[in-house]
Design a binder for this molecule. Structure first.
Ligand code: 5GP
Length: 191
């Protein structure tokens, strides 16, 4: 999506360890009007799939998932990160390794909010190693719900997550796919 690629080139900052910082519009200050256009694009891509639920993971997926859910007119559910998974009984759980924080979290979603027969679109801000998506996909599977696909704002295509998840036959639509990035050569997008 050209609009997003231009925004990344103008406002993105390349950090240590292959981290792209987009705090000025996505991850800290949120440019709501701009993000709403991304939500509309996810709607265009998945509007014929009978999506009845959007699923994401706290915290940075929540904003874009909400704006996407508005176009589908369906509820948005976010998986919570927790250290005390044992105290919950009526939840689905899985594990996610955080790429940016280098920690492993248990994530949970209440069984009340993810139901067999749901048609789920997973939305997240970034796709890197694929751990966040894998964790969310396993919650969908555990619930007996149907995964329609995944919508990602920025995929770092030089990291393995996208290939791994597409390799399982899962539809992944990324609005910007970064082929390479470095301070010396800047950011290059996939064709
Ligand atoms: P994965 O689980 O695919 O390795 O990483 C996805 C998660 O890590 C996303 O939910 C996102 O919050 C975070 N993440 C991964 N790479 C980046 C990055 O380059 N920049 C930012 N801001 N977050 C990232």
């Amino acid at each position: 999506m050209k609009l997003l690629e231009d925004k990344i080139l103008n406002d993105g900052k390349i950090g240590e360890g292959d981290v792209l910082k987009v705090d000025s519009f996505l991850n800290h200050r949120m440019d709501v009007a701009f993000l709403s256009k991304l939500g509309e694009e996810f709607y265009r891509l998945y509007k014929d799939c009978n999506v009845n639920k959007i699923l994401t993971i706290e915290a940075s997926g929540i904003g874009i998932a909400c704006l996407t859910a508005q176009f589908f007119n369906v509820p948005m559910v976010f998986a919570k990160k927790t250290k005390t998974v044992n105290i919950f009984s009526d939840v689905y759980t899985s594990k996610v390794e955080s790429f940016t924080h280098k920690k492993t979290y248990d994530i949970i979603v209440s069984k009340e909010f993810l139901l067999p027969g749901d048609r789920v679109l997973i939305i997240d801000d970034f796709l890197a190693q694929g751990s966040a998506l894998n964790g969310l996909i396993s919650l969908v599977n555990d619930a007996g719900a149907e995964l329609v696909g995944c919508g990602i704002v920025i995929e770092k295509a030089f990291q393995p997550g996208g290939d791994l998840i597409r390799g399982r036959g899962i539809r992944v639509e990324s609005l910007a796919r970064i082929e390479s990035m470095s301070c010396a050569n800047g950011i290059k997008f996939c064709d």
